[in-house]
Design a protein around this ligand. Structure first.
Ligand SMILES: [Fe+2]
Length: 309
């Protein structure tokens, strides 16, 4: 029997500071976003909490780390560079898979000033691995095969008009995703879908929704997946979606840096252990929560999440 595979999921670290942005940078949506960051957001997202999370990951040493977007605030080039340095310290690209969130593509941005700077973490290791360096078309879904798992990262990030934080997958990416889900199912892999926006209807306010969530759910209903992970809601959640051969756990994780009063909104990350068992899989979820003393610690016992016979 293979050794179990462990993987961590964190989201929405919002780790960068837009301070120092020039007035030329702060036009339209970015001007409002900057005011919001100055007034509220910089107090909600705390560097010392994220630092403690990274120290915990160094102790726990998961085999792989998944990040479901919103690393930055306003999607400025200097924020992408800051986040790139943080990613490089967190883990090598072979151990870390990333999809962008709406804050990462906050406004229309040249590819060279944005996701190209994170290309090593959004490059597939099957198919054309160089696609991420070449441009946005065809870059997603990113596919990483690790032991019994296929990590499949979908981008739902796109610039939204003022006061909206919506996302979409788009018909081309949906077609590629459907093919990828079919191929990886054919290989008997445990398919983990990673996306920034929640896929279930009503999971967030309509101003923050995934506009083509229905089309994505239809793909999942046809091809299935074994686990769907998302962020964006800044709230912990576990739901189930009918798809393929059975129900698919859909798990949301709060922001990795959030100082919140509500337990389900306070900083945490999720640690999964995946094992092959007599032709199927077992999956357990352990919650690692920011706790007293400023450290991250296990929050309750690991719980079985899904079994596929
Ligand atoms: Fe978001």
């Amino acid at each position: 029997m293979d050794a179990p595979l462990t993987f961590a999921h964190l989201s929405d670290p919002h780790l960068t500071s837009p301070a120092g942005a020039s007035l030329r940078d702060l036009v339209g949506k970015r001007a409002l976003g900057y005011v919001s960051w100055r007034l509220r957001r910089h107090r909600r997202h705390r560097a010392e909490i994220l630092d403690a999370l990274v120290r915990d990951l160094e102790q726990v040493k998961p085999d792989h780390i998944l990040i479901s977007g919103d690393l930055v605030q306003l999607g400025l080039r200097h924020e992408f560079e800051q986040a790139r340095r943080w990613l490089a310290g967190l883990g090598p690209p072979s151990r870390l898979t990333l999809v962008p969130g709406n804050h990462d593509l906050y406004a229309a941005t040249a590819w060279d000033d944005a996701l190209r700077l994170w290309a090593p973490w959004v490059a597939s290791d099957v198919g054309d691995g160089a696609a991420a360096a070449a441009g946005p078309d065809g870059c997603f879904p990113v596919v990483r095969l690790r032991g019994p798992a296929a990590f499949i990262g979908v981008s739902s990030a796109r610039p939204s008009p003022l006061f909206l934080a919506v996302g979409s997958v788009g018909p081309d990416q949906l077609r590629r995703l459907e093919r990828t889900l079919a191929e990886t199912r054919g290989r008997g892999l445990f398919r983990v879908l990673l996306i920034h926006h929640p896929v279930l209807a009503g999971a967030v306010h309509w101003r923050r929704r995934l506009t083509d969530a229905g089309a994505l759910r239809a793909v999942l209903a046809r091809e299935g997946a074994e686990l769907v992970l998302h962020g964006h809601a800044h709230r912990a959640s576990i739901d189930y979606l009918q798809g393929g051969a059975g129900s698919i756990p859909v798990v949301g994780v709060p922001s990795a840096s959030a100082a919140a009063v509500d337990d389900d909104r306070h900083a945490r990350y999720h640690l999964y252990t995946l094992a092959r068992r007599s032709g199927g899989f077992t999956l357990t979820l352990s919650v690692r929560r920011h706790a007293a003393g400023g450290r991250f610690a296990a929050d309750g016992a690991p719980r079985p999440l899904a079994q596929r016979a």
